[in-house]
Design a protein around this ligand. Structure first.
Ligand code: SF4
Length: 369
């Protein structure tokens, strides 16, 4: 034991070959000059935090995006090599199937990446076209095998439901194909129509989203199929085989502090939450001037912070030990009401979501916060 507190690190790499019509993230075109600029920004930003980093244990390093696999193994290796990681640190690279080859993943493995999170979303070509993704189903399958052959043992995939025109049959087919893949982890997302996206403006697409009952069925079928295949649900939408839970994401759900580098990246450190400006030029200009690239910062009062942590932690299957949270009387009363209404259940001091509570987590969360 070092006695140091844990701190996770996140690098936001916003490049994509094409922006998906439903995407609301900060995304930039796949250009080398922009990557060089971002790399410079990362070096400058990390320098600002080096003394903080050196006083913590770093259990996870996460390259998210965007499509971090477009950043190049040399740049990724340089970041990994300059980070004082815990010897068993989880080092995740998000990737999209389109550009994945054995040679590329072999290079990332040599760079130090030990976990890949692949944005597959669907194994149905028609739905992938609706989503305007740049890959087809076969390419997605090949990409997962390329990772495995390159020796990356920890592979996660993302799947998406509530996609316009999606049928239960298509979803069940994707689920049964997905569980045949050599994966250790799976994250489930339901598609949402976010403002400022191409999707948001298309009324016809909104009308073609599966209705609520079908959506519920899709979630339940997914949970059943995954559990039968050894992918155990450990969080509302996250499933792991043989204990391969995401150390990085568990950090978010258990209140571990984290620093996010890059444009639009969030951090939670020292009781404050802050976000970098979602503009790479402004991000870099701030850092070159020796100032913070954050354009948003908030500090929750202690009681609100405890409630928020409780609510986020409730996403985990095991729920929360009430004795570990100094909750106010009003929140404790709300918990009792949610138990009476069948959203939560309690055993000794442990409180967790019921099956109904899982399906209505957003309602539970808004009642408690
Ligand atoms: S690949 Fe992901 S980050 Fe890139 S545009 Fe599509 S949804 Fe957005």
């Amino acid at each position: 034991m070092t006695g140091k507190r844990e701190l996770s690190l996140y690098y936001h790499i916003p490049f994509c070959t094409r922006k998906c019509d439903y995407c609301h993230f900060y995304v930039l075109p796949n250009q080398e000059s922009l990557k060089d600029q971002l790399f410079e920004g990362f070096l400058l930003e990390k320098e600002r935090w080096n003394s903080v980093i050196s006083h913590h244990t770093i259990p996870s390093l996460y390259f998210g995006g965007g499509t971090p696999a477009l950043f190049g193994p040399e740049r990724i290796a340089a970041i990994i090599d300059s980070t004082p990681l815990d010897s068993h640190a989880e080092i995740t690279l998000e990737a999209n199937p389109e550009n994945i080859t054995y040679a590329l993943m072999d290079a990332y493995k040599r760079a130090g990446v030990n976990r890949v999170s692949m944005g597959i979303q669907s194994l149905n070509d028609e739905l992938l076209a609706v989503l305007t993704r740049t890959h087809g189903a076969q390419k997605a399958i090949d990409a997962v095998y390329a990772c495995k052959e390159a020796g990356i043992k920890n592979i996660s995939i993302d799947l998406m439901y509530d996609v316009p025109y999606q049928t239960l049959e298509q979803w069940n087919d994707t689920l049964s194909k997905a569980v045949m893949l050599p994966i250790t982890h799976l994250s489930l997302y339901n598609l949402t129509f976010e403002p400022h996206t191409v999707y948001f403006k298309k009324a016809a697409l909104k009308k073609a989203v599966p209705h609520e009952e079908a959506s519920l069925q899709m979630y339940q079928n997914a949970v059943r199929t995954f559990e039968q295949s050894g992918l155990s649900r450990y969080e509302i939408s996250a499933f792991a085989k043989n204990g391969h839970v995401s150390r990085h994401n568990v950090g978010y759900w258990t209140g571990r502090q984290f620093l996010g580098f890059g444009p639009s990246a969030f951090s939670d450190y020292g009781g404050k939450r802050f976000r970098n400006v979602a503009n790479q030029s402004k991000y870099l200009a701030a850092l070159r001037n020796g100032t913070s690239p954050a354009d948003f910062e908030e500090e929750l009062d202690p009681a609100a912070k405890v409630r928020e942590l409780f609510v986020i932690r409730m996403r985990l299957k095991e729920g929360c030990d009430l004795t570990q949270f100094a909750l106010d009387t009003e929140t404790l009363q709300t918990i009792q009401r949610l138990i009476a209404d069948g959203f939560l259940e309690q055993e000794a001091n442990q409180v967790k979501l019921t099956d109904k509570g899982i399906l209505f987590y957003d309602t539970v969360a808004s009642e408690l916060i």
